[in-house]
Write a protein that binds this ligand. Structure first.
Ligand code: PLP
Length: 376
């Protein structure tokens, strides 16, 4: 595990702290909610930006046995780390990659009739019925076998002898809205289509799907965002612990007179004398440019010593400017740390102001900030 030294911290412009204890607590909570279903973990996109190596190791130690990633490359890195884990690749079987899956003991999530046939033929040729999942499309219209494709392959008895069907899965389009009629509709379509296939363990729920209740759990659940402290449902409290804080350093504090403008594009004209703190994070650190403010648009406040400091003007690549006029004394001073994500600013609040979702905030935190992994 990487640990930042004191020297590293003294020279850091930004520190991203990832609480592996919170990740594990969230996963254990999800496992408990899922009752009899196996609780897997989705660690694609470098564990939603938080570090696949650290996250997957911690989850594996906590008892997680099955992991989902998006790409073959991600699966390769994960295999090097966890020799015994079951690893599914959601992106499925790219043409002629079956040998890679076999060599690294990876399982493709077969997303089309063509992929099913290619996998089956590879298995037949190599004389080994290797495991794979089948993804059926229950209404997302993204990846997965259509109803027509299921009908085409279901009766081909020889096909089902060639490989091991280890999982039948589908993905929910609207699970973040508890009352959305599509949740029930997709569940019924999933049941109808998988009834045509040989029997195998089933999986439908992502994080939000777990919160929909037992009828969506099946044999395995596939949470991602909830492990990382995201709020799966659009409304209501977040039952999961935040796992990330991001702090950036004040580089300079300056007093600017009324009538002056702040930053690129002069989008913000000061109506009164204003004290500005310049903070060493920008869009290259995942502070989205959409968090910029204008004369006619207020925005997110970050926090300094527990005091709110609204973002003023445009977010630039490496810097933001914040209003510290009302912050008492010299709390906002050169070298002080500014909370960008933390107890006062949730990733959800930041996402809301940037017009996006916390998934996109987390996956954009980048590699420039000094990373510190803690446990507890
Ligand atoms: C990313 C993904 C998940 C995890 O979704 P969350 O909303 O992050 O819990 C589950 N299943 C599939 C197919 C996915 O692509």
């Amino acid at each position: 595990m990487t640990r930042a030294s004191r020297d590293d911290e003294a020279s850091a412009s930004a520190i991203l702290t990832i609480d592996l204890g919170a990740l594990v607590a969230n996963w254990l909570r999800l496992r408990e909610m899922s009752q009899r279903a196996e609780c897997a973990a989705v660690v694609k996109a470098d564990a939603y930006g938080l570090g696949m190596e650290q996250a997957a190791s911690a989850l594996s130690r906590a008892g997680c046995k099955t992991f989902f990633v998006a790409t073959i490359a991600e699966a390769g890195s994960l295999r090097a780390l966890l020799p015994d884990a079951t690893i599914y690749v959601l992106g499925g079987l790219l043409t002629n990659t079956a040998p890679l899956f076999q060599v690294h003991n990876l399982r493709p999530v077969l997303n089309s009739e063509a992929e099913v046939k290619e996998w089956a033929e590879y298995c037949a040729a190599s004389g080994q019925p290797l495991p794979a999942a089948i993804h059926i499309d229950s209404g997302m219209n993204r990846l997965g076998l259509s109803a027509l494709e299921v009908d085409a392959i279901a009766p081909v008895a020889s096909l089902w002898k060639m490989f091991e069907l280890s999982l039948i899965m589908s993905h929910l389009a609207c699970s973040d809205e508890v009352g959305h009629p599509k949740n029930e509709r997709q569940r019924k379509i999933f049941d109808a289509l998988r009834a045509k296939l040989p029997s195998a363990p089933a999986s439908l729920a992502n994080s939000a799907g777990i919160l929909l209740g037992r009828q969506h759990h099946y044999d395995m659940v596939r949470p991602g965002i909830a492990i990382y402290g995201g709020r799966p449902q659009q409304t209501g409290d977040n039952p999961f612990q935040p796992a990330v804080t991001l702090f950036g350093r004040i580089l300079q504090v300056r007093d600017v007179v009324s009538g002056e403008t702040i930053g690129y594009g002069a989008t913000r004209t000061l109506k009164s004398p204003t004290r500005i703190a310049v903070v060493a994070v920008g869009y290259a650190d995942g502070i989205f440019r959409a968090l910029s403010t204008r004369d006619d648009k207020e925005g997110l406040s970050v926090f300094i010593g527990g005091h709110a400091a609204p973002i003023l003007g445009r977010v630039s690549m490496d810097l933001i400017t914040v209003d510290v006029t009302t912050i008492p004394g010299d709390i906002a001073r050169r070298g002080e740390w500014v909370e960008l994500i933390g107890p006062n600013v949730s990733a959800q609040a930041m996402a809301h102001h940037a017009g996006t979702i916390d998934y996109e905030i987390l996956t954009n935190l980048g590699t420039r900030a000094l990373r510190r992994y803690i446990d507890g």
